[in-house]
Design a protein around this ligand. Structure first.
Ligand code: FPP
Length: 244
């Protein structure tokens, strides 16, 4: 039974929004003498398990970093293997959608992806729009700096068209111009694989997020690891700049 469901302990607070950097697939494969793509395959399964678990515990939002604006620098073979896996995953997710009730959303510029992947993504969003389970935000061709630049350009264009004034821009309005418009900021950001950096992920939205780092590689990350992260989150004192 997951830690935070134990009846004997004080009830644990479930974050509203958890974001995860799905890192460590390549190293997981290397440790086993396998090609990096084998790690991505197991990583995709780890994602499926975590998404279902997130739904089962009642999490509202799960955001996963699956492919960054910088990940195109990887070898052509690796990039196409990741894209194929994502396509397959989404196809299966669409097939199982009525059962899973997971709502899909995408953060990132999908126009650079293959037409097949764009089609699977659009179908997943459309089919799942009314589902009440966890909302999964899939960050694909996502970069936080790119996201902020796009929002700045969009606002500048409104100003140039005479529809807005620079001095009237608020944090709330700016948030509404990001890919994450309408989604509450992440409470907890998890990075597996032992790296202690954020790698261009949710820079605006993470202003007051709690971070959790673990050496576990993403393919090995399971429900008990998510429980451990939520447990750690429950020991943090969030003050948002105020005093408790
Ligand atoms: C950020 O670190 C990590 C990511 C953007 C996740 C990368 C994961 C994948 C490409 C595989 C996901 C695919 C599936 C199918 C689960 P980084 O490596 O981009 O940046 P860094 O160089 O700073 O570590």
């Amino acid at each position: 039974m997951p830690l935070f469901q134990k009846k004997t302990e004080a009830p644990r607070e479930l974050p509203t929004h958890i974001a995860i950097i799905m890192d460590g697939n390549g190293r997981w494969a290397k440790k086993r003498g396998l090609p990096r793509t084998a790690g991505h395959k197991v990583g995709a399964e780890a994602f499926r398990t975590i998404a279902n678990y997130a739904k089962s515990i009642g999490l509202r939002y799960l955001t996963v970093y699956a492919f960054s604006t910088e990940n195109w620098k990887r070898s052509e073979d690796e990039v196409s293997a990741i894209m194929e896996l994502l396509e397959k995953y989404l196809r299966e997710a669409i097939r199982d959608m009525d059962k899973n009730r997971v709502r899909f959303c995408f953060f990132g510029d999908l126009s650079r992806l293959s037409p097949a992947l764009q089609k699977e993504a659009a179908e997943a969003v459309e089919r799942s729009a009314g589902y009440e389970g966890v909302q999964v935000n899939f960050c694909l061709n996502y970069g936080a700096r790119d996201e902020i630049l796009r929002a700045a350009r969009a606002f500048a264009a409104k100003c140039a068209a005479g529809e807005a004034k620079p001095e009237d821009l608020t944090e709330a309005e700016f948030s509404g111009l990001l890919w994450s418009a309408g989604v509450p900021d992440p409470d907890l950001i998890i990075r597996p694989s032992g790296e202690l950096r954020i790698s261009n992920f949710l820079l605006w939205q993470s202003a007051y997020a709690e971070y959790y780092f673990t050496d576990t590689l993403w393919p090995d990350f399971g429900p008990k690891d998510l429980d451990a992260a939520i447990d750690a989150y429950n020991h943090r004192s969030r003050r948002f700049g105020g005093v408790k």
